[in-house]
Design a binder for this molecule. Sequence first.
Ligand SMILES: Cc1ncc(COP(=O)(O)O)c(C=O)c1O
Length: 446
Amino acid sequence: MKTPGLPQFDHQPKKYDGPSADEVLRLRRQFLNPGIFLYYKKPLMLVEGKMQYVWDETGKRYLDALGGIVTVSVGHCHPYVVEAAHRQNETLQHSTTIYLHPNISSYAEKLASKMPGELKVCYFVNSGSEANDLALLMARAYTGNYDVIALRNAYHGGNALTMGLTAHRTWKFNVPHSFGVHHSVAPDPYRGIWGRENPDAGKKYAEDIKNLIDYATSGQVAAFIAESIQGVGGCVVFPDGYLKHAYEHVRSAGGVCIADEVQAGFGRTGSHYWGFETQGVIPDIVTMAKGIGNGCPLGAVVTTPKIAAALAQRIHFNTFGGNPVVCAQGKAVLEVIEREKLQENSLKIGSRILAGLDRLKEKHNLIGDVRGKGLLLGIELVKDRKSKEPAKEECAQVLERCRELGLLLGKGGLWGQTIRFSPPMCVNEQDADFLLDVLDLALAEL
Ligand SMILES: Cc1ncc(COP(=O)(O)O)c(C=O)c1O
């Protein structure tokens, strides 16, 4: 098989004259917490990025099909976004929310314009974990209830409260963190008990939520939280109707519904701007991070005026939330998504990749399942299609080989058995074909 070549791209990276990757690794091992993990047997050092590509210190280019873990939404160093942040950096870098600044207000207005229904009130924070933590606080303050329903196979963050929501043993420390949190079964059409052939699967999975409310709580709950597509869990797309039925059970027990759009939001699913819209529901609270800022530390909680008012019961403060520079960048990201029709591009290129992955499944038995929407895609690797034994080592090998061939991918799932694709939404058809050719070669060589 011929080695695929990266598509032409007109950008000359700057000559790198900083410390070597070995030296950086040495310093990292000495001065950084070992809990911060690295990908690849020989860790990769990236020193420059432009749109969908990144370069290592030797000048080798890669297609970034993970997008800095679903974060680089509109492209690395997008000139419009860089300019917006630069302009603000030169004018006023920080003030805090105790003073007025035009950026936070105009950004909130713009973000609210993207939201359906009554979801019009924003609170800016610095990360997805913070956003989910705050969303839970609002839900509890608003409802006066405590119990929360989350899903198995979920990832909602790594701080004390969100580690309790996250439901993979790999991310959970053996410390008390899940008091009041109950995990319902993951509505996973590939590994769960009801598959894609069952038209009632969504309703049936949601019945477990009703069951949890009846048997594990007082019958009254504060909230239900779910990613619209489970990202870290391996790009698990829920059966149609699941969230609709889940929301009904939760609301009739007095709870509010939180959609974690940290990965699925901002047009990435292609067909819709928000992931929850693919399930035909409107949540009560939406949390955002990652792609919202294209790489800057920005998160948001957007809710209804009524729920938002619950936070005024006490003083609540976040030093960097709504920082003028970050708000300038966030607003520029929204403008680029609109102007460059990146949602439409996600649909077009995502469909091309999805169709190609389906073809690869015909050819390679290792691929047990192909799934996802737009540019949030995954393939689950299994040693045997019948037993569905996770092909963890093979998944790691494919990632290593793809890296050598100039393609950066992600992995997910409890066992690290699912390859994830979430490139910046500016990728084109040539990138899609390159990705598929490289993957084909890497799978063939196993
Ligand atoms: C769906 C989801 N929610 C929340 C988070 C936590 O975000 P952060 O790492 O910014 O705290 C993540 C991070 O991967 C995520 O994927």
